[in-house]
Design a protein around this ligand. Structure first.
Ligand code: FES
Length: 110
């Protein structure tokens, strides 16, 4: 089974976050916090809208937590749990990824 490449780790070097669109049309984003890369659907659990509001920015200023640009809600990068804001306690949809030896980020399953 082939796991599609969705990005390269170097694309996260500048800001630690990156948004992209999957071939099936879903918008997703990746973040790298303390060296760990995680990926989520770009959709807030409480309003069903994109988190970045078109800004392509997914981390707060400290680059440690995912932030909704619309409401300032904060989410844990390790599991997508909302820890502050209108959707507190709810989860972003996490996407399983793997990173191959060449630094390609691959979607493990859909
Ligand atoms: S859209 Fe849900 S916290 Fe902003």
């Amino acid at each position: 089974m082939s796991h599609p490449i969705i990005a390269h780790v170097s694309q996260l070097d500048a800001t630690g976050d990156l948004g992209t669109t999957l071939p099936d049309g879903r918008t997703i984003f990746m973040v790298r916090v303390h060296g760990r890369i995680s990926a989520f659907e770009n959709r807030c659990p409480h309003q069903g809208v994109d988190l970045d509001g078109g800004t392509d920015t997914f981390l707060e200023g400290g680059r440690e937590l995912i932030q909704c640009s619309r409401h300032g809600a904060l989410f844990l990068p390790e599991n997508g749990e909302c820890v502050f804001g209108p959707c507190q306690g709810r989860m972003l949809t996490s996407l399983p990824i793997s990173i191959d030896g060449a630094g390609n980020i691959r979607l493990s399953s859909q």
